[in-house]
Design a protein around this ligand. Structure first.
Ligand code: F6R
Length: 233
């Protein structure tokens, strides 16, 4: 999965060096970022003119906080490649008004011309970004309250203590994600097999936010065998 996506991105960047990418954090993309860094070191991936927008950031955390997604991106991608720091974007978790920050972030994405490729992970509950299953889903970037499972999934970056994981995040909305020209969903491991089957082959429902990707005209999914295990022919 990691190599396939990294090669795909390198090829897209070769065709259009000024791509606008939507980027995820989490365990799934780490090998993909490593593969992309490797391609960059080999001179096969040039990010110098690319623009990036991350999907989300925890409310209340400054960029320097080690548990922040800013820190994650620095660690796994930004400090290893030739992205222009002025063209890497994440919501500011410590903005005085998270709601205003969410609006500002959408305006920033719009000013960049929208996302060319949104790369997404999927939560075990089907969330994309931090858009958790609900009766309705917000279109634009918004402030979300994290489900217990989502906080637990992030505890490692907070010394293993779930209670230290922030309770809210600023997340790109489902509308922003679906407006991307291409969407690429990535998932690995048996733990994602059931939700992948539901998202790709079940009904389109806000109760499984990733199922909305079925409506996207140019969505691709890259899985390892374990994550694909419950898909039917
Ligand atoms: C992260 C994000 C989340 C993750 C999802 C899967 O920026 O938006 O939707 O992609 O929680 O996380 P992992 O890859 O850790 O299973």
């Amino acid at each position: 999965m990691a190599d396939a996506v990294a090669w795909f991105l390198a090829e897209c960047l070769a065709e259009d060096p000024s791509l606008v990418l939507g980027l995820p954090t989490g365990r799934t993309p780490i090998p993909m970022y490593r593969a992309l860094v490797k391609l960059h070191r080999q001179g096969r991936a040039d990010l110098s003119r690319a623009t990036t927008f991350n999907l989300d950031e925890f409310v209340g955390l400054p960029a320097r906080h080690p548990g922040s997604y800013h820190a994650f991106m620095r660690k796994y991608l930004f400090k290893h490649v030739n992205l222009d720091p002025s063209r890497t974007h994440l919501p500011h978790g410590d903005a005085p008004s998270p709601v205003a920050e969410a609006r500002r972030y959408d305006a920033e994405i719009a000013a960049a011309g929208g996302l060319d490729i949104a790369i997404l992970g999927i939560g075990a509950n089907g969330h994309i970004g931090f858009n958790e299953p609900d009766r309705s889903l917000p279109a634009g970037t918004n402030v979300v309250t994290l489900k217990a499972a989502s906080r637990a999934g992030n505890a490692a970056a907070f010394g293993g203590e779930v209670s230290r994981v922030p309770t809210r995040a600023i997340s790109m909305g489902v509308g922003t994600i679906l407006s991307a020209r291409h969407v690429l969903l990535i998932a690995t491991g048996a733990g994602k097999a059931s939700i992948i089957a539901q998202a790709l082959q079940g009904p389109v429902t806000t109760r499984v936010p990733a199922s909305l990707l079925q409506l996207h005209p140019r969505a691709a999914v890259v899985l390892d065998r374990a994550a694909a295990a419950r898909l039917t022919e």
